[in-house]
Ligand binder design. Sequence first.
Ligand SMILES: Cc1cc2nc3c(=O)[nH]c(=O)nc-3n(C[C@H](O)[C@H](O)[C@H](O)COP(=O)(O)O)c2cc1C
Length: 497
Amino acid sequence: MEIIPMSIYTLLFLIALLPPLLSRKPFTFYISKKAYPNAIVKSDIFLKINNTISYIWAFIFALSFILVQIQYSLYSTTNILISNGIAFLAQILIGIPISIYLPKYFMKQPNSKIKFDSLKDAFESMPYGLNKELAKNVDVVVQFELTGNEEQKSHLIIKNQKCEYISGLHNNPTVTIKADSKLWLDITNGDIDSVKAYLDKKYEMIGDASIMLNFDKFFDNSASIENMKDRTKDYNYKSFKPKKIKNIVVFDGGARNKKLSKTTLMVDKFIEGASSAGANVEEYKLSKLNIHQCDGCYMCWTNIPGQCVHKDIMIELREKYRSADLVVFASPLYIFNVTGIMKTFMDRLLPILKPYMLLDEKDWHISHPDRFPEFGEQGMVVFSASGFPDVDGNFDGLKGMYRAWASHSQNSYLMGEFFLTASEMLPQPVYKSRKDLVEQSCFNAGVQVVNDGYIDYQYMANVSNPKVNNKTFQNQADNFWANLDGKKSYLKEIIKL
Ligand SMILES: Cc1cc2nc3c(=O)[nH]c(=O)nc-3n(C[C@H](O)[C@H](O)[C@H](O)COP(=O)(O)O)c2cc1C
């Protein structure tokens, strides 16, 4: 005897199996539809999820049908309790997780995005479609002032991994979108690229528009955070005692001037911060100097120890280099490394080392001794800007060179590395808040290195983290270059300045 008779399990099995099999709506559809707005309920993906869940319930009921018939004990009461208990347990253990996780799994699949017939449907569905992983730490109000078919004034609040759609205007929105409602529907449905439409001046954004760079991703549950990950710390940066850094020397190996160089943009802010904290800063723009290439003659290690056969500006630069408390290396990323002039400058630093071998018997690390140990310990900071949006792979060469240089310099230590990715996008208005964050982080790092003798890793991460995924970046970059193709305006601007 069983508590729930076998005939009931047979009935439940048929109720679960037959509707989807006969192309009718499954029973779970009628239960779950109460929790969602109409636009979601009428979507294909909603039906697909419910059909699948219904088939799984059919399987669970069939399993229960079998489980209640198994004889576990000779005592009928014990047997009834065990067989029904196991069947019940199977229903809970399989049924509940499936009902919770299967919809999430389906929504993560590519092409799971729902196409909406109207903006009303789209806005009402947004609270349900928020990608919570991406929306973590997001706190914004997006205001819509839409004209045309579905004219409206409304706003979306995205906060605490929740999204709320409210009719009417907000008095302090983060960003306001002024657009035609049909255009915004096409953008929402992914039929028109929002960045391209913006650059083509098809709609207006007022305020901090950086959130809009990834707006569609926030409602696409197949979008992954992988592509937008923060940079993670992989180096033990050096700290000194507070107030140790007093004299700073900057070697800028970039070709461009202050107006265009994103490397210089970071360095300038860093210097501003350091100077405001009382440091004395000297700057050298290497491309403006006449630096002879190293001949590899080793005269600096033999005939004229510590000097070079080339009597050029490097005499002064080497002295400035070794006597500084902090050396700043600044170079744009050119073919995955520093610029040619910066490399020439690095090569010409050889005289500050002695030729002998210094062996650390703890880790068998081998290097050359410092020729001028009387100057004591010094820090080094690296700044570089790249076109591509990633640090890994892209900066490996440049980073590897400076890290090796630091580990082979007896008294010089790396205190920080600032790798600005996707830097050519920075002047665009949609990146305003990112630019502010980059500038503020570099400034703060400058203040901190002087006052406290170290640099918070978060400042470096703020600079490297583009918070834009590669797809959006591709659209923006392609659009940028397509606009300039054949016009030479970008080139002209560089030459003119
Ligand atoms: C010759 C050359 C090589 C470049 N190589 C790379 C590269 O390997 N990786 C990258 O991400 N960007 C590369 N870029 C793009 C620059 O890093 C990017 O324009 C950056 O903003 C330059 O820094 P700057 O603004 O300080 O001059 C290259 C640019 C040039 C002109």
